[in-house]
Design a protein around this ligand. Sequence first.
Ligand code: DX5
Ligand code: ZN
Length: 217
Amino acid sequence: MPARHVAPSILSADFARLGAHVDEVIAAGAHIIHVDVMDGHFVPPITIGPIIVSALREHVGPDIDLDVHLMIERPEKHVADFASAGATGITIHAEATPHVLYALDAVREGGCRAGLAVCPATPLTVFEEVAVDQALCMTVNPGWGGQPFIPTSPDKIRRLRALVGPDVPLMVDGGVSVKTAAACVEAGADWLVAGSAVFGTDDPGEAFRAIVAAAAG
Ligand code: DX5
Ligand code: ZN
């Protein structure tokens, strides 16, 4: 069984002091930092690109996992840049390209774990066709932090776990908090991405620890 992690998403961090904000959750025990990349096409907002991943890599050093979630169209065109910038894992969306296998291969060629994500309305059948190094079940519609957890998500997490088997890390993303973490774990999630519930608080380190405790049941 993969190790359980809470992965703070920098989407809700203060970008004017990103390094310091990330340091707070690392000091609290975070090992995976989740980086949300949006292109204004696959999802309406535009966020950040490889230069921020590169700056973060330099800041956090080699031992922290920078897990990049690409909410961009045709991700295969960009994965090499994110890999060179220092990503550890790169997750693409099944809805974002007709070339899912090619894109996952490109991620692995860059030396990163290859992840596949699906939006809430997307069937899980693609996971019957491809092998992934990590799976991501969106528990809100992608694009924004701070949305409520979709209540039917645990059922989908359970079905995804059955498809990928026990050894593939299963990540959930969206609306994860002290209130929803335990249900995600109970359904089979290993990695809990949390943005606003961590960086949207006055004390991200303490908020991170509270979600870790809630996930432990
Ligand atoms: C949303 C992003 C998430 C976002 C989650 O599209 O993929 O990673 O940061 O934010 P919260 O935890 O606030 O729902
Ligand atoms: Zn994300």
